[in-house]
Write a protein that binds this ligand. Sequence first.
Ligand code: PLP
Length: 463
Amino acid sequence: MTVWEQLAKEIKHFTGSVRELRVVSDVTPAEIRRELESRYDFRTPLPLEKVMADVGRMLRRWTVHVTHPRYFGLFNPSVHEAGIAGDALAALYNPQLAVWSHAPAAHELERHVLRSLARNLGWDPDTALANFTTGGAEANLSAVLAALAERFPQIGARGLGTFDPRLAIYVTADTHHSFVKIARMTGLGTEALRTVDVTPMFAMNPEALRQRIETDLQSGDWWPLMIVGTAGTTTTGSIDPLPELARAAACHGAWFHVDAAWGGSAALSPKLRPALTGIEQADSVTWDAHKWLSVPMGAGMFFCRRPDALKQAFSSSTSYMPEDSGADTVDPYAVTVQWSRRAIGLKVFMTLAELGEKGYATLIEHQTAMGDLLRERLQLQDWTIVNMTPLPLVCFTHPDIEQGRTSTRRILDTIYERGRVWISDAIAGGQPVLRACITSYRTEPSDIDVLMAELELARKHSW
Ligand SMILES: *Cc1c(COP(=O)(O)O)cnc(C)c1O
């Protein structure tokens, strides 16, 4: 058997059998290190067949299987074969996308898919610029850098220094924590993150936003650089009131960024699309393909309706980079964070081509239906749902937790030990809650049954 036959067999076997595996691994670092040290000193070369079989075995044994239909976790998807094949082709041809002229095929495939997805956002792709990123964190960083470059081009050369007034980014406590790193990386400082109160259902309160901006402006210390609306927060899946946020941004001359890392994929479902109303008014959008578009890791997307801001933020010229290929093409290195860049978008192109928009809509709506089923089942058994979202993410608690007979932690300990499902916990509205998100298009009603049985067992067991 060649290594390729072996790989094909591994892909087929794993995909067919993942449902039978434990979702959770309980390995210790010491156990893995011991095995690695005993078998890999990197002095004696080993046959690739043997290495591949061994690496596959370790990954199967020592991973939380996020592609498992009973992984109810943190937006990490089950992947489609098209995505695996796309990543393999990207590795094989290794196209370098820093400049258009080095990788015309890969570049245009990416452009084609990004333009199509931009239309789903309600955008005119001719007036926008989009690129694939490593993930949502890079896309959010791109947004802040673009907003800074457009509003204050002089900062590019002079730096922020003691820029006066200070520049504010309006967020909520549930805005993704990548903004904390971004505030540090850009030199804005974490004080620039102005936290706006949320409604009882965890969405930004537009009245609180208005007041916060006004207070900041009156103080003379702050100028509103950006308002961040999240479409699908990590904790509760809430969608901020995007039209109101767009209005506030327009009123104050702030950049309006929508972080739809997970929720953006709702744009492909005619049923869910209305929940994203307002996204078409954003200056920029973060949308991760490696979340709800179910492609392998390392595929974020950044959409921007102000291409000149990206040129201002990222343009660069060097003697060694090939010449710009012409007026109708864009060299990614000159409009994005990255320099050498892999063909991130091939797996997205191939998956979208295979499924079609309708196919995606069907899978997304199936997951939403599984989320609704989970809500129903929880309520039937006296669990209390604490969040409200059209997306398939459920935060819940139980009188046993609220009255201290058990805790979310103790319930999770039992669940992880048994290994049949994976869920997480979180703090919502100051209360510890359990959190289950339908992240696999393979999740079926029978998987919800298993989750319910595990929850009940763990709750009783943990008294
Ligand atoms: C996941 C997520 C991010 C971060 O994206 P990465 O792809 O992990 O870098 C940012 N914002 C939201 C809302 C997310 O769900």
